[in-house]
Design a protein around this ligand. Sequence first.
Ligand code: ADP
Ligand code: MG
Length: 605
Amino acid sequence: MLLIKYLDDNISRCETLFNCNKDSMFILDIEGHVVQGNPAFVKISGYAAEEAKQLKLQFLFPIDHVNKVFHHFHKAVLGQFQNFDCKMTNKGGILVDLNVTNIPISVEDQIVGVCVVARDITELKRKKEEVRKIEEMQRILTDNVLDLIISTNLQGEILYVSPSCEHILGYTSDEVIKQNCLTFIHPDDTKKAYMNRKKCLSSLENGRSCYRIRKKDGNFIWVESLCKPIIDPETFHVLEVVSVIRDISKQTKVEEDAKKIEDTYRDLVEYSPDAVFIARGSKILFINETGAKLLGATKKADILKKKILDIFHPDYHEMAKKRNSIVSSGDATEFYEYKLIRLDGTVLIAEVKGIPTIFKNKPARHIIFRDITERKKTQELLLNSEKLNVAGQLAAGIAHEVRNPLTAIKGFLQLMESQADNNKPYFGIIQSEMDRIELILSELLVLAKPHELKFEIVDLISLIESVKTLIDTQAIMNGVHIETIYNSKNFTIKCDQNQLKQVFINILKNAIEAMPTGGTVTIELKKHSFNKVKLIIKDTGEGMPQDILRRLGEPFFTTKEDGTGLGIMISKQIVENHDGTIHFWSDQKGTIIEVILPMEKHKQV
Ligand code: ADP
Ligand code: MG
């Protein structure tokens, strides 16, 4: 009853403190019965003030908390102040978190009860738990992300690094903490990283940049860094900068590899022996080196400003348009022979193929132009050799046909020679002329059956002199003067004399025939490189136009009424059999023929 008296005495004194307290307060007698509760207690416990009276302490707390509660209650009964957290079950069975302070009530040195001040900390606990969860989540995130997270102060000193630092860079956290973040950046990238950080600090916005970071083993890796300033919500000052750093070296390598592949393809196209164009609609978007050369352009830009049809001969425009639309609709076309127009207006023949492609992310046409001039030449050569074959066969036939009557005539001549003394000088001439015909015939036979050549060491000057003697009569008759210039005395070559004579006779005869009103033939002999001799035969004749010049050497090609068209062809073949070369130049002022032959090493001076 001392407690009741105490309450009566004191509660009225502290009525406001008791009744208006936000924290719930209730008084327990020393047996643990509730004697009185304030309105906050009524509210939190759900028991009406009267109902609460005589409520036993254990009814207010869940079973697993009862021991704890009693433990502290007993201590309070023993005179000790107690503060602890526990849960209370209210009337409706709902758990409430409380922070409890037990204040022993003593009257005349005797503990008569306990005043329990219980603060509802449910909300506080919930918030704390929330914060803890968030922190836990953050920790899990920063500890486990593959990216490197670092936080630095305003001076750039590292305050925190995520554990991934060791995996990514090889440094432990202790090795980097307090270091300046810029010291780990590649010297070439420091400025960029510094500027990015500065911008992020001044604008208070996130900044992104790529740079290289030095790993512990000394190697550098490419990283992408996103830095974010952490701002004090009250002062708006930057507290620190958090950077999320991602290793992009693999990605960079993939990009580099892709670029290398692209470069290789570009080189392949650029230096392809075929001309390559890329076109869209009528525009030319790309042309390679070969393409520019093919069209005779010194600058690619000269072609790029043209329309695609401009490079096709007008006769082929319709065909080109048709085939363009096939490619534009997604099908490749086969090679087709076109006439193209070079920048200088000349025409060239090329095979053209179109393939659909993608250029700069849009559909386009990949057009391949193949210059077939060389192939055409080869075809012509093949045709020539075909004709040569025929010529050879013909020559064989003719030679046989002529040789038989010749043998007969020769026999009769010999017979007549022994009987008709008067005409003896003529017989000699006829005989030698016949020998020559025989020789020519056997040379013709070379075409059909290449016979063994008889190579001997010969002095070229005396060979030319003998040819000159042979031909001089004909020259003089045509008002042609033959001049010789020998730049050295010794031009020794290894050759089949008769064959080589045949060459010079053919050339000189042609020269004389090219000067119907007379003129000069100059034969010049000089050394060429260190082991060759060059023979230049110039005439002042009518020359020949390009189309004739191009056909020289074709069997049976002649512009003369009584010509055979075999002279140059045979000459070419003989020179080639002697490992030599023959070239022709001509204009209206005359013709130059150049024969280059190997010299005989031992005899040369
Ligand atoms: P041919 O003399 O029987 O016509 P060639 O093979 O010797 O046969 O010559 C072929 C053609 O080349 C000649 O018909 C002539 O038109 C031309 N030709 C050769 N040499 C000369 C030259 N020196 N000047 C002008 N035209 C030439
Ligand atoms: Mg001739």
